[in-house]
Design a protein around this ligand. Structure first.
Ligand code: RP5
Length: 158
C-alpha cells in the first residue's frame, strides 16, 4: 500500500457523502488519500496540528470540504504551505455562505475554491491530480486518456 499523498479533510461527518466523490476520483486514478474529519471551529487545535504535520508526512495536496461559515480550507492554508483546495458544501443558504467563506481569502493565504457540492468535490480531486501530475508522467498519461474519454462521450451523445 502506497503512502497517501492527498489529504481529504471535512468539517463534519455530515459532509462525508459529498466528500466521498473526491475520494472516488482519486481511487479511480490509483492515488492514495487519507480522509480526516476535523472542524476549524469545533476542533481548532487539532485542525492546526494536523495541517502542520501534513507536509512532513509526505502529503502533496490538501482538499477541504466544509459548509456554513466554512473556515476549514482557510485555516488549513494558514497552517501549511501545501496547495489547499476548498470545496464549499451546501449546509445552509444553498451553499453560498460556504462559497464566499472559502473563496474570499486574504492575499498571501491562498485557497483554490471549486464549485459548491458534489461537482466541486470531484473537481477538487481532478485539480489535485493535475498538481500531482506535474511530477508524475504516468498520471499525465492517465489524465490525457480521461480527457479523451470525456471528449468521445460528448461527441457520441445524441
Ligand atoms: C460545518 O458545518 C461542516 O462542514 C458542515 O458542513 C456544517 C454542519 O455541520 P454539522 O452540524 O452537520 O456537524 O462546520
Amino acid at each position: 500500500m502506497t503512502n497517501p499523498v492527498v489529504a481529504i479533510m471535512m468539517g463534519s461527518s455530515s459532509d462525508a457523502v459529498v466528500m466521498a466523490k473526491a475520494a472516488e476520483v482519486l481511487r479511480d486514478f490509483g492515488v492514495a488519500a487519507e480522509t480526516k474529519v476535523l472542524s476549524a471551529h469545533r476542533t481548532p487545535k487539532e485542525t492546526a496540528c494536523y495541517a502542520e504535520e501534513l507536509a512532513g508526512r509526505g502529503f502533496k495536496v490538501v482538499i477541504c470540504g466544509a459548509g456554513m461559515s466554512a473556515a476549514l480550507a482557510g485555516v488549513v492554508a494558514a497552517h501549511t504551505s501545501l496547495p489547499v483546495i476548498g470545496v464549499p458544501l451546501e449546509a445552509s443558504l444553498g451553499g453560498i455562505d460556504a462559497l464566499l467563506s472559502t473563496v474570499q481569502m486574504p492575499p498571501g493565504v491562498p485557497v483554490a475554491a471549486v464549485a459548491v457540492g458534489p461537482a466541486g468535490a470531484k473537481n477538487a480531486a481532478y485539480l489535485a491530480l493535475r498538481i500531482l501530475a506535474l511530477e508524475n508522467k504516468g498520471l499525465v498519461k492517465r489524465l490525457e486518456e480521461f480527457r479523451e474519454t470525456q471528449r468521445k462521450k460528448i461527441l457520441e451523445a445524441e
